[in-house]
Design a protein around this ligand. Structure first.
Ligand code: FE
Length: 198
């Protein structure tokens, strides 16, 4: 089996938000699907069981999907994808609104939002698949929604090209392509032979 084949599946990028007892939280998800093409519009999403947002979603029975557009920023994705709402308030200094279901949606760099009510959940080991009913929706921007592939090639910062040397003894960084042979580390006094090119 070649697990790289899994990277060939297309995904989107969404901020899923839920509110329970006045506490708002959100997380990044990459799967949201419209299943039925007429009313009632039934949707599925998948979400990691360990996310705090999952807890709020299951308790409140309702959630929103903000469909991120191609102008979404890495900061935005970091804010919702790389930290836990158990430790930080992700809504501080955020431009958001409250939908009719009481949960938030994101105003900035969002193509549209969808409000959904939980119908059922299905156990998928680390994740739940959530079956939900679409209860409200609104287009917020004309900008194309982003795919996960677009995020990888255009939104996520590129790794910086190597441009220096680092002392393997103490971690001191020397900026510059060429390290002189007689260079002495100003911190630990080791010589150039103990430096590694970054
Ligand atoms: Fe050093």
């Amino acid at each position: 089996m070649d697990i790289n084949a899994l990277f060939k599946i297309h995904y989107g990028l969404y901020i899923l938000t839920a509110q329970d007892k006045g506490i708002h939280n959100g997380c990044i998800i990459n799967t949201a699907m419209q299943i039925t093409s007429q009313e009632p519009f039934l949707m599925t999403i998948s979400i990691n069981k360990s996310n705090y947002t999952t807890e709020l979603l299951l308790n409140s029975g309702t959630f929103n999907i903000s469909i991120l557009s191609e102008d979404a920023t890495f900061e935005q994705i970091k804010q919702f994808g790389f930290v836990s709402g158990r430790n930080v308030n992700k809504f501080k200094d955020l431009n958001y609104s409250i939908a009719s279901n009481g949960a938030a949606y994101i105003n900035d760099n969002t193509s549209a939002y969808l409000s959904c009510d939980l119908i059922d959940k299905y156990d998928f080991d680390t994740h739940y698949i959530i079956k939900a009913l679409l209860t409200d929706s609104q287009v917020l921007s004309k900008t194309q929604p982003t795919t996960y592939a677009y995020y990888q090639s255009n939104i996520k910062p590129k790794p910086q090209p190597s441009s220096g040397w680092v002392c393997s003894i103490c971690g001191y960084k020397y900026d510059g392509l060429n390290l002189p042979d007689d260079f002495i580390c100003p911190i630990c006094k080791h010589g150039a032979s103990d430096f590694i090119k970054q």
